[in-house]
Design a protein around this ligand. Structure first.
Ligand code: NDP
Length: 454
């Protein structure tokens, strides 16, 4: 087992070293998970629910510890990190109600009755990205466990610390050994093995569209179930009849949250031309007012990027001749800082306009009317998120139906809620996570005919 060093992205100092899991160790973990799952599925629904509630309570008792770990590992502002740790608790609590409600159907047929059962899949592999290590882990983990599956999770190589601690908390809460295992290490080693191993019956992957495509190919060999949450290039559409002040005040938070390292970032602001000048005047102080800095401070709103190489890749989208309208601030000195940046006017072939930047860079583009706004919003291979600002309810619904994307907000910059479905259109993904139907993705329907005429 080789180990590697985790760096604090705000200070560039080492935090700790972590063991990198090998292919052989991954295989051994999958074998243990397979054995544990056979017992876990046999635990009565009431007891499975009780254990998930105990797991949620254990997380709740360690919110501050988890938040501080995330601050050190990922550079998330501590307020955001506390919210993220709380989300693990809430998602576990929400799906703790599911085992006792995992019902089948009775279907009367000639000569008998069909009954259906929702059977767990077996071992589920979760491949988690570095941008939201805690929430994204919980979105797959909680419904998979609730349905009676065992979970082997691979956190991102750079951000494994909270997932590893959550694995320990699961055991402390009384979950049987090996029902939930966390394997830190490389995607090309551990992640790839989860995809290739025939005993793993489903992969839940969040990350880049490119790696998602490779994983889809790998899963095809085994007809392995797959949920994909991939990239985004979402639009924040602002009509002239909206509350422009609110739209401008919240636009920075729709894209610069988590330093723009967010698949739901609304990184293309589309503004009706008649209010463009007014909107830009209002946007400038809002962007400059985003508090970027030390993530350990309670009032910090934006921390650093995750790594030096990621900062270099974000910086490529803002070359020296980029049309920078204005920028916010960022600290000098150590840390992978990048100031919030607004690009306008931007050409429709500029990489910052067409590609997912995954950093605090937003473009502003004017449109003339509703039809053009929809056309521009849909002119992307992605379709994950989006926002619409208008005072006209009919327009809000028309545009919401016309924009090809999985998650929209109207007159709000908010995005994911764990009790509503989440997922993408087009190249943003496959399948839905969260919401009341999430267990459908972690179960197979078994249909049994019972003869009544003998
Ligand atoms: P990746 O898609 O490379 O990685 C996501 C996860 O997949 C990580 O755990 C990674 O491991 C793992 N992985 C990598 N290669 C394989 C493989 N061959 N088989 C199985 N698992 C694998 O995303 P990055 O973190 O490199 O980010 C690159 C870009 O992806 C971002 O700039 C952004 O555009 C997008 N992205 C989108 C996210 C979203 O929420 N939709 C989240 C993160 C990224 P390892 O950590 O070792 O690389």
């Amino acid at each position: 087992m080789t180990s590697y060093t985790i760096l604090n992205p705000a200070s560039e100092r080492p935090v700790t070293t972590v063991p990198g899991t090998s292919v052989e160790e991954t295989d051994a973990a999958i074998t243990r998970a397979d054995a544990a799952q056979r017992e876990w599925r046999a635990v009565s629904p009431g007891d499975r629910a009780r254990l998930l509630r105990a797991f949620a309570a254990e997380v709740d008792a360690h919110i501050e510890e988890l938040a501080q770990l995330e601050v050190a590992n990922s550079g998330h502002p501590v307020g955001a990190a506390r919210w993220e740790a709380g989300q693990i608790r809430d998602v576990l609590q929400y799906y703790a109600a599911a085992p006792e409600r995992l019902l089948g159907k009775q279907i009367p047929v000639a000569g008998g009755l069909n009954v259906t059962f929702a059977e767990p899949l077996g071992v589920v592999g979760l491949i988690v990205p570095w941008n939201f290590p805690m929430p994204i882990l919980s979105w797959g983990l909680a419904p998979a466990l609730a349905a009676g599956n065992a979970v082997v999770a691979k956190p991102a190589e750079m951000t494994p610390l909270t997932a590893m601690r959550i694995g320990e908390l699961a055991l402390q809460a009384g979950l049987p050994e090996h029902v939930f295992q966390v394997l830190p290490g490389k995607g090309s080693v551990v992640g790839q093995r989860l995809v290739d191993h025939p005993t793993v019956r489903k992969i839940v992957f969040t990350g880049s569209t490119e790696v998602g495509q490779q994983i889809m190919t790998g899963c095809a060999k085994h007809v392995k179930r797959l949920t994909l949450e991939l990239g985004g290039k979402s639009a924040n559409i602002i009509f002239a009849d909206s509350d422009i002040e609110r739209a401008a005040a919240t636009a920075p938070y729709a894209v610069f949250d988590n330093a723009g390292q967010d698949c739901c970032a609304r990184s293309r602001i589309l503004v009706q031309r008649s209010v463009l000048d007014k909107f830009m005047e209002l946007l400038e102080p809002a962007v400059k007012g985003v508090r970027v800095g030390d993530p350990t401070l309670g009032d910090t709103e934006m921390g650093p990027l995750i790594s030096a190489s990621h900062r270099a890749s974000v910086a490529k989208y803002v070359p020296d001749d980029a049309p920078v309208a204005f920028r916010g601030s960022a600290p000098e000195g150590p840390g992978y800082w990048f100031a919030p940046t607004v690009l306008a006017p931007i050409g429709s072939d500029a990489p910052a306009y067409t590609e997912e930047v995954f950093g605090p860079v937003v473009t502003v583009t004017p449109f003339e009317d509703e039809a053009e706004a929809i056309e521009i919003a849909n002119d992307t291979p992605y379709g994950l998120s989006g926002s619409i600002w208008t005072g006209n309810v009919g327009r809000a619904l028309r545009v919401a139906r016309a924009v090809e994307t999985g998650n929209l907000s109207v007159n709000s910059h908010s995005s994911v809620r764990y009790w509503t479905p989440f997922g993408g259109f087009k190249q943003s993904g496959l399948g839905r996570e969260l919401g009341p139907d999430a267990l459908d993705a972690f179960t197979e329907v078994k249909n049994v005919f019972i003869a009544t005429d003998n």
